[in-house]
Design a protein around this ligand. Structure first.
Ligand SMILES: C[S@@+](CC[C@H](N)C(=O)[O-])C[C@H]1O[C@@H](n2cnc3c(N)ncnc32)[C@H](O)[C@@H]1O
Length: 268
């Protein structure tokens, strides 16, 4: 299965470009801005959700690299932005290797430009719903040694899969591929059980045909049998906050900050 066209179509909105717009990037078209503005107007916390998601990803990759992980597979990686996974990982472990996977051709184009001189990173255009093809991709098998621990990252990607696409099965596929000591990181939209999140979910469905805001129980189930590490699955500002930002661990979060959660698990 692939719906990974090689053509960048500026007339149709793209998840990667809308997200870039919300993050304050510059790689979007008017059609993406229109959707991004819809989110901002109807879910005023959209920018906070996007930026706090990037921040937790940076913290998680930093922790993993400091703990000795040297291989990362970033599924639904998005457009290059301020602090990318390979930059964070290589800051803590210069020999760290990163495979970026995304089905949007704009990610491939920008990723290749960014990674031209980096032999420890690749960007592969592929569909996360087809994990077997990704696993067998020659660029992945050349870079990643599946006999050594691997961190598999699902950052703000699984909520772009509908239930009938069985995101838990995709996580299970990768958990089965990686050896003991490996890690799985997931961040995911959390259902607010309110009119605002339901309206945005409906907008995602009508625009992209996908988008699921899941409950804490549903998100926990995505980890399957993996051992979820402290502090569990929590709102992203509360997931191992940076010492300088530590007050977010104790202060009451805004309603927006509670709409995206993260968790990290180890394969025993
Ligand atoms: C919200 S962005 C998250 C980007 C990045 N992981 C982060 O957390 O900052 C979601 C990304 O997933 C990609 N994506 C959505 N569906 C996908 C699929 N079926 N296969 C591969 N990538 C997909 C989009 O193109 C987009 O770049």
């Amino acid at each position: 299965m692939t719906d990974s066209s090689n053509v960048i179509d500026p007339s149709k909105p793209s998840i990667a470009r809308v997200y870039d717009y919300l993050l304050g990037g510059k790689d979007y078209y008017p059609v993406d801005q229109e959707i991004g503005d819809h989110f901002k107007n109807n879910l005023p916390g959209s920018v906070v959700i996007a930026t706090s998601n990037r921040q937790v990803l940076v913290r998680a990759v930093g922790e993993l690299a400091r703990s000795g992980l040297r291989q990362f597979i970033d599924l639904g990686s998005g457009l290059p932005t301020a602090d990318n996974v390979h930059q964070v990982a290589q800051r803590h472990g210069p020999d760290a290797k990163v495979a970026y996977i995304d089905n949007d051709p704009i990610v491939l184009a920008h990723g290749r430009a960014l990674l031209e001189a980096d032999e420890q990173s690749v960007v592969i255009q592929a569909d996360v719903r087809d994990p077997k093809t990704i696993r067998e991709h020659p660029d992945l098998t050349r870079l990643i040694d599946f006999d050594e621990p691997v961190a598999v990252i699902f950052s703000a990607i699984l909520h772009h899969l509908n239930d009938d696409e069985d995101p838990a099965d995709i996580v299970r596929f990768w958990s089965d591929q990686i050896p003991s000591g490996s890690a799985v990181f997931i961040s995911h939209f959390r259902s607010g059980h309110n009119a605002e999140t339901e309206a945005v979910e409906a907008k995602l469905q009508s625009t992209f045909g996908r988008g699921r805001w899941r409950t804490d129980e549903e998100i926990a189930a995505l980890f399957g049998d993996l051992e979820i590490l402290d502090p569990g699955i929590v709102a992203v500002p509360q997931w191992r906050p940076d010492p300088i930002e530590r007050p977010t661990a104790v202060r009451e979060l805004t309603v927006w900050e509670q709409l995206i959660v993260a968790g990290l698990a180890r394969k025993p």
